[in-house]
Design a protein around this ligand. Structure first.
Ligand code: DGP
Length: 113
């Protein structure tokens, strides 16, 4: 059972921002900024290392980058934003279905790395 697969299948409600055949983008349940959207490939990959080992990695990452651009357009993030992918336990990943946090809507001052 995967909570993001259930969200993608609309078994669990979410607030959609953008969707196409390959990705689903919805608002994070615990937003840390005015925009906090999760960009999620519809096909299940556990994390970025799992995806990288698959043949369709290039296509999926291309779709992710285009979806991020759509989200930025929809939420007026032209001045900038941050994209975060947490990978596995030490990266702080809690949901084991690859996803990219798009965070923005204010000036992000804290440099984490
Ligand atoms: P991560 O820690 O990188 O695995 O981020 C998982 C994110 O998923 C976290 O910011 C909260 C969000 N999240 C978890 N469950 C749900 C849910 O049921 N709905 C929505 N919209 N977001 C969720």
């Amino acid at each position: 059972m995967c909570i993001f697969c259930d969200i993608i299948d609309k078994k669990i409600p979410s607030t959609a921002v953008y969707e196409n055949d390959d990705v689903y983008c919805f608002r994070d349940i615990n937003p840390v900024a005015p925009t906090h959207v999760l960009v999620v490939p519809k096909k299940h990959y556990e994390d970025i290392l799992d995806l990288a080992s698959k043949e369709d990695a290039d296509k999926v990452l291309g779709e992710v980058s285009r979806a991020i651009s759509k989200v930025a357009e929809i939420d007026n993030l032209g001045e900038g934003f941050r994209v975060i992918n947490n990978c596995r336990e030490f990266g702080g990943q809690t949901v084991k279905h690859i996803h990219f946090h798009v965070i923005g809507g204010l000036k992000l001052t804290e440099k984490m790395i």
